[in-house]
Design a binder for this molecule. Structure first.
Ligand code: NDP
Length: 292
């Protein structure tokens, strides 16, 4: 039976450590690290995410401000808000909650964020720094996955890793992080041939696909470490719904060496890593060593 990788507990420990380090930052600098979240429109799920991020900031001793803009905000108005936050000395991190309304070019908005404040790690500057191995702010979800992997497996050098999914926000940065750890990395996607055989070659499997329970137990190498990024809502009994990952958990836990559950695995790490990145940006901007 696989060891359960308790992302919720790990994230709680990380958040406690970040709160301690935030208190030190406040003592050293006389100000709180500040995260500005920009929310355009009234998309219900975004409201929930934004509130959770603001609450997490406050619990860590940071200042979390939410800039709520009307659904008909123009791109120019949004860019003006970003420019103001870029110039604001009290703002260390800027996060634009996605999705944005169709009339706005999301990429143009993301690229307008000062890379020093890019706590989501989505700007081309941040992605490029990761690609060529320079220090910088790394996308929160893959960063959280890497932290869990290192907690479970320690040194990852020499391990074979398969990342299923090649999105700019999860799959690609995950693959680069694993490469940085000296794993031998394969990136699989919708055109990959014989995916089960590819997955079976891996000591580490990261599934970031968005397809409920796609990865079967029979696909896994016995003892593999499985990180399930997927969050899929599927029908359950009595007309209700439940969350499942991209991995068939019941099957996989019979074969894997360790596995993240959904929920309670990668999800809680994403928000903890947002706090990690905000503190890192604040330390860097204050001229302190960004890594503690
Ligand atoms: P995207 O839809 O952007 O990317 C999905 C990737 O999966 C694509 O690269 C796609 O391939 C690949 N894919 C789709 N179908 C298959 C298939 N049948 N076989 C192999 N590969 C396939 O998704 P994201 O990366 O944004 O998110 C992935 C999952 O992670 C989602 O469930 C999302 O909800 C979840 N997520 C969870 C987070 C968390 O905090 N836990 C944060 C972010 C995302 P191709 O490129 O060829 O189309």
């Amino acid at each position: 039976m696989a060891r359960l990788i308790d992302g919720k507990a790990f994230a709680a420990r990380l958040r406690t450590r970040i709160a301690d380090e935030t208190a030190e930052f406040v003592t050293d600098t006389g100000r709180r690290p500040g995260l500005a979240v920009v929310l355009v429109g009234d998309y219900a799920a975004s409201q929930v995410y934004v509130r959770a991020k603001q609450k997490a900031c406050e619990e860590a001793g940071m200042s979390g401000s939410v800039h709520r803009l009307a659904p008909d905000t123009t791109q120019a108005e949004l860019l003006a808000v970003i420019a103001r936050l870029n110039a604001d000395a009290a703002t260390d991190g800027i996060l634009v909650q996605l999705p944005l309304p169709d009339a706005i070019d999301a990429d143009a908005v993301i690229q307008a964020i000062d890379p020093a404040k890019d706590v989501d790690g989505f700007t081309t500057a941040s992605a490029g720094r990761l690609l060529i191995g320079l220090p910088g702010l790394v996308a929160c979800t893959p960063l959280g996955c890497l932290m869990l992997l290192k907690e479970v497996a320690g040194d990852l050098a020499g391990k074979t890793a398969v990342v299923i999914g090649r999105s700019d926000i999860v799959g690609k940065p995950m693959a680069l992080l694993l490469l940085r750890e000296s794993c031998t990395v394969t990136v699989a996607h919708s055109r990959t041939q014989d995916l089960p055989a590819v997955v079976r070659s891996a000591d580490i499997v990261v599934a970031a696909v968005g397809r409920p329970e796609m990865v079967k137990g029979s696909w896994l190498k016995p003892g593999a470490i499985v990180i399930d990024v997927g969050i899929n809502r599927v029908p359950a009994a009595a007309g209700k719904t439940r969350l499942v990952g991209d991995v068939d958990f019941d099957e996989a836990e019979q074969v894997a060496g360790a596995i993240t559950p959904v929920p309670g695995g990668v999800g809680p790490m994403t928000i903890a890593c947002l706090l990690h990145n905000t503190l890192k940006a604040a330390r860097s901007r204050a001229g302190l060593n960004p890594t503690t």
